[in-house]
Write a protein that binds this ligand. Structure first.
Ligand code: PLP
Length: 452
């Protein structure tokens, strides 16, 4: 059975249900598995002929052993992944594939993790006969994915915080039109303010009587399912011994940590390319070895990546032998040389993001929204810098272009067609509360709402 330790090293090692329940470890560290189960060559080779839910079951089985049976896990994966996961070749760029992770109900990659975790937690709550409050901060897409995934799950209430002026109308409506067990709060601040409020709430003794958990990408239940699509995509485009280049547009670094996990679990990877937007703390850290957050976070076009201090860096640093605490202070340096060998990171300005959208469309008939365009820019920079083109490339497009109709119309001259999941939101009534970014106000609000 795999157990989970805290990156701050000052909390007990726990089994999966407790790690899921807590979200953040009591020492404010993030949970990581004690070891990475390795999938052997024949298992990975067999993935080529398996569908997504079956691959997910095999990849995730070692992590949930002792919590659910393999049959139960298979059911969870089938329910979670009942949509298409397209992998598109790119015109005039042989060997480059775009993995579109936008087929879920809220049309972003976050559906993959949120849907799995909601089903896992829903079953745990039912087993224990208890209730749970999911408290989560979102810079755009997490909130809608989480709210949608947990909507009407018995025994679970959800409180979502989002930065009032930094999410699009549509992103807001995806959260605020659900109702039932979903409550949404617009914070008059930035994503980092929302995240700080949530973090303080978890550490607040006055809130200990509420069964709080987090569905942010800091929850290990959000991380584990994000390693599956790398195995899936590689099985479609490369042999079991053939290393792939993976390109992951990154903000809070949960998605790229999924790739790191997959790599440690035996997926052959040549290089993990981690492009970011103007919040460039990570490429600067890689280059200089000195970590400095971007405060306040910069508001960029790729708004789900506007993160000035990615929580998951603590995990990345831990995997490379270092220790970064939750404030971003590096107590023990990771193996930076190894990180530089494995990872490549660049920042894309908004202008470069727009240019990448245009170049992808006009040069390759490839429709990208701003997050995918940051990835495209990063891939170009990587290929120029390293002059490598032989390995198959898997580039993640993390949202559906129809989530950014104004930008696309302005740049490319047409409006992308909407998937069914995004239609009709304008007709539904919205409900949300507005709060200032002050912890005491937020605590009062939570106590009033949760005591009712
Ligand atoms: C959340 C999000 C990202 C960033 O993912 P992280 O795991 O936070 O790095 C990228 N693109 C989209 C569309 C997102 O919603």
């Amino acid at each position: 059975m795999i157990r989970y330790f805290s990156t701050n090293g000052r909390a007990p090692i726990v089994a999966l249900p407790e790690a899921l329940w807590r979200g953040q470890a009591p020492d404010r560290g993030l949970y990581l598995p004690e070891r990475f189960p390795v999938l052997d060559r024949s298992t990975r080779a067999s993935f080529a002929s398996l569908e997504y839910p079956s691959i997910a079951t095999q990849v995730l089985a070692p992590y949930i052993a002792g919590t659910f049976s393999q049959d139960e896990l298979e059911k969870i994966c089938r329910e979670s992944y009942d949509f298409a996961v397209p992998l598109e070749p790119v015109r005039h760029r042989p060997g480059v594939w775009v993995l579109r992770l936008d087929g879920g109900p809220t049309a972003s990659f976050k559906d993959f993790a949120a849907r799995w975790m909601a089903r896992v937690l829903g079953r745990l709550v039912a087993q224990k006969g208890e209730s749970l409050v999911i408290l989560t901060a979102t810079s755009g897409d997490t909130g809608s994915a989480v709210a949608n995934a947990f909507h009407r799950v018995p025994g679970i209430r959800v409180v979502v915080l989002f930065p009032h002026r930094e999410v699009s109308d549509r992103q807001r409506r995806q959260m605020t039109t659900l109702g039932d067990n979903i409550r949404t709060v617009a914070v008059q601040g930035k994503f980092d303010d929302c995240q700080a409020l949530v973090k303080r709430a978890f550490a607040d003794p006055l809130l200990q009587r509420f069964p709080l958990s987090s569905a942010n990408s800091i929850n290990i239940g959000r991380l584990l399912p994000q390693c599956v699509y790398y195995f899936y995509a590689a099985s479609r485009v490369a042999g079991p011994d053939e290393p792939v280049v993976v390109v992951v547009p990154s903000g809070n670094f949960g998605n790229m940590m999924g790739a790191v996990l997959a790599w440690r679990m035996g997926l052959p990877v040549r290089r993990l390319v981690v492009p970011v937007n103007e919040n460039d703390e990570f490429p600067r850290y890689l280059a200089t070895g000195r970590y400095e957050k971007v405060e306040p976070a910069r508001a960029c076009l790729s708004n789900a990546m506007n993160v000035g201090h990615p929580s998951n860096l603590a995990r990345l640093v831990a995997v490379y032998g270092g220790w970064m605490d939750e404030t971003g202070h590096v107590h023990r340096a990771p193996d930076l040389a190894a990180m530089r060998r494995d990872l490549f990171s660049v920042a894309a300005s908004d202008d470069q993001t727009r240019a990448a959208m245009q170049e992808a469309w006009h040069g390759h008939a490839l429709l990208l929204e701003p997050h995918g365009a940051v990835a495209w820019h990063g891939l170009r920079q990587y290929q120029q810098a390293e002059n490598i083109s032989e390995a198959p490339v898997i580039l993640l497009e993390t949202a559906h272009p129809a989530k950014f109709p104004e930008e696309i119309e302005q740049l490319l001259g047409f409006r992308p067609s909407e998937p069914p999941s995004l239609r009709g939101l304008e007709q539904l009534p919205e409900s949300y509360d507005i709060l200032e970014p002050r912890y005491e106000s937020f605590r009062d609000y939570l106590i009033a709402h949760l005591s009712s």
